[in-house]
Design a protein around this ligand. Structure first.
Ligand SMILES: [Mn+2]
Length: 439
């Protein structure tokens, strides 16, 4: 194959909102300062290796449509090297600061785990060399503990202890590779950490296995001096019928049970949030409230489909509400905006990959500007502050203090003759206010 997969496309630049060139940015102006920070530093975009370079365009009714040249040949490592060339070519065209990968995305599985791990290291060495001259850094690495049939009953939660051991050894390798590449996070997605039927499942035992596995990962992180964040990516189901990392609230419960609520954060995916029956902004706000907000996978589902369609974001209002919650949470620390999204199966041209990312970056940038307006104007926050203003009164604050009691509160209600009067939640007024920032 040729060295360049996108021969006619050069690095995209900001041309302003008036231009209609699909191979340019109209809102993403990386050096523009928003709330005291460059747009690029706010958004911290990442390209996902899996969807962009490894997924062949199949669906349950038909196979490959993309026919990527690096997916056809006999020398698997040579193909993996060619794929790495294409990946860094796209990173450069998009001018993105980050990328993210699973071990199996970047290198072929060998006959043994040792061979597989060596393949991952070989490609990681190529990444390291490329990263010396590329601006693109590693947002996170992760181990694929779900594709191979050995993981069909789970990884850490498998009834077979040999699979637990195999998974631990695989994670050790990818965590170390992520550390060596300067990765800012390490992600655990438990796609098969769950069950199909309770009839064959010891739920408590599996939760105990999962808790110990998480602790093993955190202990090793500290042992090797990895300063990045360990992230869990919640998802309610698909592939398993029920997943233990159902949503942010459930993950927080798992973390508390494992004693890791101060060690591990969440990587929240928009489509996973909606599959769990939540809005994306709900999951972000919940994670922030619980002190475990880490990073996001920015994609969306299809409103008419009940599965994970992993589409690039196109809805500015929805994205603005998510960005508003990210800004309210103080923005990212080690996290970023990872496009865990894929082009549609019929979008077979190389150009489609570039345009999908560029348009999504624009949606996020525009959403960031709107969210920044909401923050700067302060009217939304003011309405919330006013709604809870009663809690600033010392006698009311005292009810939440450790020395309060039902007796004392009841005595005060009697003494003051309290008779609470309902007040409007003003939802439509606030929704109209949100609409005003979209103008
Ligand atoms: Mn994801």
């Amino acid at each position: 194959m040729t060295a360049r997969f996108f021969p006619s496309i050069s690095k995209l630049t900001y041309t302003g909102p008036e231009s209609r060139d699909p191979l340019a940015f109209h809102w993403y102006d990386k050096d523009r300062v928003v709330l005291g920070k460059r747009m690029e530093d706010h958004l911290r975009f990442a390209v996902a290796y899996w969807h962009s370079f490894t997924w062949p365009g199949g669906d349950p009714f038909g196979g490959e449509t993309f026919l990527r040249p690096w997916m056809h040949g006999t020398d698997e490592l040579a193909l993996a090297r060619a794929k790495a060339d294409v990946a860094f070519e796209l990173f450069d065209i998009l001018d993105v600061p980050f990328f993210a990968f699973h071990d199996r995305d970047i290198a072929p599985e060998g006959k043994t785990l040792a061979e597989s791990n060596a393949n991952v290291r070989a490609i990681a060495d190529i990444f390291a060399k490329k990263m010396e001259t590329s601006k693109t850094k590693l947002l996170w690495g992760t181990a694929n503990l779900f594709s191979n049939r050995r993981f069909m009953s789970g990884a850490a939660t498998n009834p077979d202890p040999d699979v637990f051991a195999y998974s631990a050894a695989q994670v050790k390798n990818v965590l170390e590779v992520t550390h060596e590449l300067g990765g800012e996070n390490y992600v655990l997605w438990g796609g098969r950490e769950g069950y199909e039927t309770l009839l064959n499942t010891d739920l408590k035992r599996e939760l105990d296995q999962m808790a110990r596995f998480l602790n093993l990962v955190v202990e090793h992180k500290h042992k090797i001096g990895f300063k990045g964040t360990i992230l869990i990516e919640p998802k309610p189901q698909e592939p398993t019928k029920h997943q233990y990392d159902f949503d942010v609230g459930t993950v927080y419960g798992l973390l508390c049970r494992a004693g890791l609520e101060k060690e591990v954060k969440v990587n929240i995916e928009a489509n996973h949030a909606t599959l769990a029956g939540h809005s994306f902004e709900h999951e972000i706000a919940m994670a922030a409230a619980l002190g475990i907000f880490g990073s996001i996978d920015m994609n969306k589902g299809d409103a008419q489909s009940g599965w994970d369609t992993d589409q690039f974001p196109t809805n500015v209002e929805d994205t603005a509400l998510a960005m508003y919650e990210i800004l309210r949470a103080g923005g990212y620390t080690t996290g970023g905006t990872n496009f865990d999204a894929k082009v549609r199966r019929q979008s077979i041209e190389p150009e489609d990959l570039v345009i999908a990312h560029a348009a999504a970056m624009d949606v996020c940038a525009r959403a960031l500007l709107i969210a920044a307006d909401m923050i700067e104007d302060g009217a939304l926050q003011k309405a919330v502050d006013e709604r809870y203003a009663g809690w600033e009164v010392p006698a009311n604050k005292a009810m939440l203090a450790a020395d309060s009691s039902l007796e004392a509160i009841a005595a005060r209600v009697a003494a003051e003759g309290l008779d609470p009067q309902p007040r409007s939640g003003r939802q439509e007024r606030l929704e109209a206010l949100v609409g005003s920032y979209l103008r």
